[in-house]
Design a protein around this ligand. Structure first.
Ligand SMILES: *Cc1c(COP(=O)(O)O)cnc(C)c1O
Length: 363
């Protein structure tokens, strides 16, 4: 096993500042004292595994990432259990996914061992930054953000010969500070996030860049999120651009669009499908149309809708708004939606037995 050299930050945040941040961290605003780093070159492969003080990167202005967006990332969380130990959830899935993303973006493969060890090395070094939930409703955690960038100084268009992989960590408070609030979503019909043969299934910054204008349009329509459909006919449901979408039928099906090259294979999505039978739900992955959602909601067949992803776990959906119709599921989170949410959080925070062996200890 390649050990990570630990270069300690000689100026960590003072304890009082750190504890203050952990009381109300919000999301993605504060970062821990260290970051993990592995360097790659075509000649030498992955090398120089280290944990070092968190701080700005020095990159050449001609580094490929700035010009051609050869970049991928991951997102997962570290959860503190009641006994003080710190765990993460299904990191093997994130490790596999970063390699699918890497392949699509012509970046090098990173071993599962390096990926998981980078999380362990960083979180054990910055263990004091992992919030301790006060109650079961306190969904605070340490958000982990691995990412890989093309750092070679070269303006020619080809895959970079030099790459850097980092992991940074950010304490995160409950996503819904004032209790769980269903969101309204805008149906994007002109702006697409992904197309056949493109990068939609990869977790790359470019997909997010292409979703931001649609997100702005959603905000102008009074919605918090945007729903993307297939780019050809705008008929089939894809996902929300940062979260997967699920529907619950009155006869107990948990419906979600089947994976394709325009849908990201979410770990939350997969886990909810895996947990569904334990909650009396039948998981169904297939193509879903906007029309069948609308008709199902009108005739009472589709009773709940929610979005899912690591950051917010499960976000109930109150409405889907478009130019010509609105689907309305009401402002109260659905019963199955909340049961699934609790089942997943109970595993992640170690409040129930981890029957699926999904947890991996980090510290
Ligand atoms: C990260 C992400 C998701 C959710 O994936 P999780 O593994 O559940 O966090 C969904 N859609 C997109 C586009 C994403 O980038």
């Amino acid at each position: 096993m390649t050990e990570f050299a630990i270069l300690r930050n000689i100026q960590p945040q003072p304890e009082l500042v750190r504890e203050d941040i952990k009381k109300d961290p919000g999301f993605g605003q504060y970062f821990t004292d260290h970051m993990a780093h592995i360097r790659y070159t075509n000649d030498d492969g992955w090398q120089a595994h280290e944990v070092k003080p968190y701080g700005p990167l020095v990159l050449d202005p001609a580094a490929a990432v700035f010009h051609y967006a050869q970049e991928i990332f991951e997102g997962l969380k570290a959860y503190r259990h009641a006994d003080g130990s710190v765990w993460t959830f299904r990191p093997d899935r994130n490790a596999a996914r970063i390699n699918r993303s890497a392949e699509r973006l012509a970046l090098p493969q990173l071993s599962e061992e390096d990926f998981i060890n980078s999380l362990k090395a960083l979180v054990s070094t910055d263990e004091k930054w992992v919030p301790t939930p006060g109650t079961d409703a306190d969904e605070s955690s340490l958000y982990l953000r691995p990412f890989m960038i093309a750092s070679e100084r070269f303006l020619g268009v080809r895959a970079s010969h030099e790459v850097d992989y980092y992991v940074i960590a950010s304490p995160a408070g409950p996503y819904f500070a004032g209790g769980i609030k269903p969101v309204s979503i805008w149906l994007s019909k002109k702006l697409n996030r992904a197309g056949a043969g493109g990068t939609g299934f990869a977790k790359c910054g470019g997909n997010y860049a292409s979703s931001l204008l649609a997100q702005k349009e959603a905000a102008e329509k009074g919605c918090q999120q945007v729903l993307f459909t297939d780019a050809e006919e705008h008929k089939y449901i894809d996902e929300l651009g940062g979260m997967n979408l699920m529907l619950v039928t009155k006869d107990g099906q948990l419906l979600t669009p089947a994976l394709s090259d325009t849908i990201l294979d979410g770990v939350t999505r997969r886990s909810l499908l895996d947990l569904a039978p334990e909650l009396g739900l039948e998981p169904v992955e297939r193509q879903l149309t906007v029309d069948e959602w609308r008709e199902g909601a009108e005739n009472g067949d589709i009773v709940e809708a929610f979005a899912c992803g690591t950051a917010a776990v499960i976000t109930p959906i109150s409405k889907l708004v478009s130019d010509d119709f609105t689907i309305d599921h009401g402002d109260t989170p659905g019963e199955k939606t909340m049961a699934l949410r609790k089942a997943l959080l109970d595993i992640q925070y170690g409040r129930v037995e981890d029957k699926h062996n999904w947890l991996v200890r980090l510290a």
